[in-house]
Design a protein around this ligand. Structure first.
Ligand code: MFK
Length: 558
């Protein structure tokens, strides 16, 4: 009998373990700022593999549950969460995960720094990143559309670093009638004695332990009539509990039994006259809440790359420890080839997500050199692209990375299978891949975003002077020319064809922009590894739009 026991994968300081993030920050940030940020990230990187990871593990092992009644039969609808979940709330406030974005003490770099911190936090947060995403989106919404009362009230709670004052927010958009198409929303808002009250069912509400929420409802006129479709929807702010901590005319029907994100309480709610406050204009609810979900979509991209990095780190460490067929996995060509491919894909997604975070910062705090219009349009254009591109590519990579642990990757208490379950949500919530591909078309039609993308590409390519990047640059240029041809051709294409190609279009844009960002990183950071990664990525097929086939329906249903 052998006394062999396999050593499992281990983590160390996750900031110290990240040369790509370090290189990016030193390329972007002024020296003094970099010093301040590095000090903070080094400390945080340690916490993420010690106390914060322990809170996360506690929250994952003790999922929330609903207590609907007290021992004497009174309805209480209390969601019980673990100690770890509560501690993660405190950590989030103390570390300023949302606050950094609104203190803006790093000027145009505030969002880049904030999202770098979220990227580090997410894989040790048991999805506390989800309420934080909605909290940030709600803060942004109040900043843009809120009145004085919200700005001096809720906004201060959402953006504080004081754990005892900190609030999180929900974003209740989904109803039984539709998650993607919210125009079918059935919740109504009635004006009763000068106060709006909401009646309806919210079918998928994440982090229902939050203090407040932003939600959509259809205002009833004095005859009880409403306007149909999304033009009839308005946005409302509500607080879940009264001053005594009792839910305000909200019943929690049940918690969802989801595939993953087990620590995160997600509920079905019945609204029975919840007092609510109108935010923005009547009938502009979808447009107004877009401010919120455009922020959560950037969270989605940055947390996705955080999750991807964590699994890469574990797989990398395991490859050095696991032997098979006479050698450790890190010496086996096929295993190496797989991991190298995933690392290149990861770095492409990493740069795309961080690029969008940087755009958000530049949009909010423009410097004298910022081309404000271009930044605004690029942000609108790349937000759905970064979300769909990172989430889908990560999901494909997750399957490979889980497999790279062999049978151990299929066993729950190694902690590996959870990534497969959790990462799947990142392609679904905040807009599925298809819905976001169509949103890219919306941004082109409404904002003329493609023209600004083309200017950005040409400007960035012109700055690549390293001769070793010449061939890669040419490949990107070729793919980009094809993309431009497609964008022009779309004007005359039947809508059916434009929509059928929307996903390949979005991924091709994602490929081209990621390639450019990798080349830029190689050009500026000047490390051999970044040069090789950029060259390798550019060898892949960047333009992936296929010919339109009219027989899809027949193939599926015929
Ligand atoms: C760890 C990461 C954590 C992430 C947090 C997860 C929390 C989970 C919570 C949820 O999952 S909440 C559910 C999320 N649901 C969605 O994201 C909805 C997905 N569906 C869409 O995005 C649809 O495209 C949409 C609902 C927007 C379609 O609605 P409409 O009403 O059919 O769209 P329409 O009529 O084209 O647009 C209405 C207005 O909004 C237009 O403006 P105008 O009134 O000026 O014409 C649009 O331009 C504007 N709009 C739409 N999408 C926009 C936008 N504006 C800016 N950005 C956008 N993305």
């Amino acid at each position: 009998m052998s006394d062999f026991f396999q050593t499992g994968p281990e983590l160390s300081n996750t900031y110290e373990l990240d040369p790509i993030l370090k290189e990016l920050l030193s390329r972007k940030l002024p020296t003094d700022m970099l010093k301040t940020v590095e000090e903070d990230f080094k400390k945080f990187g340690n916490r993420l593999v010690s106390d914060v990871l322990a809170f996360s593990n506690d929250a994952e092992s003790n999922p929330p549950y609903l207590v609907s009644h007290d021992p004497w039969g009174r309805r209480i609808d209390e969601i019980v969460t673990s100690n770890g979940w509560k501690e993660l709330d405190k950590v989030s406030a103390e570390e300023g995960i949302v606050a950094i974005g609104y203190e803006r003490k790093f000027g145009e770099y505030s969002r880049l720094i904030q999202f770098a911190k979220i990227f580090l936090f997410h894989p040790s947060s048991a999805y506390y990143s989800c309420p934080l995403a909605m909290t940030d989106g709600a803060a942004k919404l109040i900043e843009e559309y809120g009145d004085e009362e919200l700005k001096t009230g809720a906004f201060v709670h959402l953006t504080t670093r004081n754990p005892s004052q900190f609030w999180t927010s929900g974003q209740w958009m989904t109803e039984k009638t539709g998650g993607s198409d919210v125009s079918n929303t059935e919740t109504v808002a009635r004006l009763e004695n000068g106060q709006y009250r909401l009646y309806g069912v919210k079918w998928f509400t994440s982090a229902t332990t939050s203090q407040m929420a932003m939600t959509l409802a259809r205002i009833e006129d004095e005859n009880g009539e409403t306007i149909e479709g999304s033009r009839g929807l308005s946005l409302f702010y509500l607080e879940l509990r009264d001053s005594e901590g009792k839910l305000q005319n909200i019943e929690i029907q049940r918690l969802k039994d989801k595939l993953g994100t087990k620590a995160l309480p997600t509920a079905e709610l019945q609204l029975k006259g919840v007092p609510a406050k109108l935010v923005g204009e009547i009938g502009s609810g979808v447009k107004t809440i877009a401010t919120l979900f455009n922020v959560t979509r950037i969270y989605n991209a940055c947390t996705t790359i955080g999750a991807w990095k964590r699994l890469m780190d574990l797989a990398r460490d395991y490859a050095k420890k696991r032997s098979a067929f006479g050698n450790t996995l890190d010496k086996q060509p096929l295993h190496l080839k797989n991991l190298a491919h995933l690392e290149v894909q990861y770095q492409a997604s990493f740069h795309l997500a961080m690029y969008v975070a940087e755009l958000l910062g530049k949009d909010e705090v423009p410097s004298s050199e910022t081309d404000k219009e271009r930044v605004f349009k690029l942000l609108r254009f790349f937000t759905p692209i970064a979300k769909l591109y990172t989430a889908k590519n990560n999901m494909i990579a997750t399957s490979e990375l889980v497999e790279s642990f062999g049978g151990a990757g299929y066993v729950e208490d190694t902690g590996i299978p959870k990534w497969l379950r959790d990462n799947q949500t990142l392609t679904i919530w905040e807009g599925t891949t298809n819905v976001l591909s169509l949103d890219v078309l919306r941004s082109i039609a409404k904002e003329d975003a493609f023209r600004h993308f083309a200017d950005e590409v040409n400007e960035k390519l012109a700055k690549l002077e390293n001769i070793k990047l010449k061939d890669s640059k040419q490949k990107v240029q070729l793919a980009f020319e094809k993309l431009c041809q497609h964008a022009v051709a779309m004007a005359k294409m039947p809508r059916e064809e434009v929509e059928a190609k929307a996903r390949e279009f979005a991924f091709s844009i994602g490929n081209v922009m990621s390639a450019i960002l990798l080349l830029e990183h190689a050009n500026e950071s000047k490390t051999d590894r970044s040069l090789k990664v950029a060259q390798r990525f550019c060898e892949s097929n960047l333009y992936t739009i296929q010919d339109f086939k009219k027989d899809d329906h027949e193939i599926i249903f015929g």
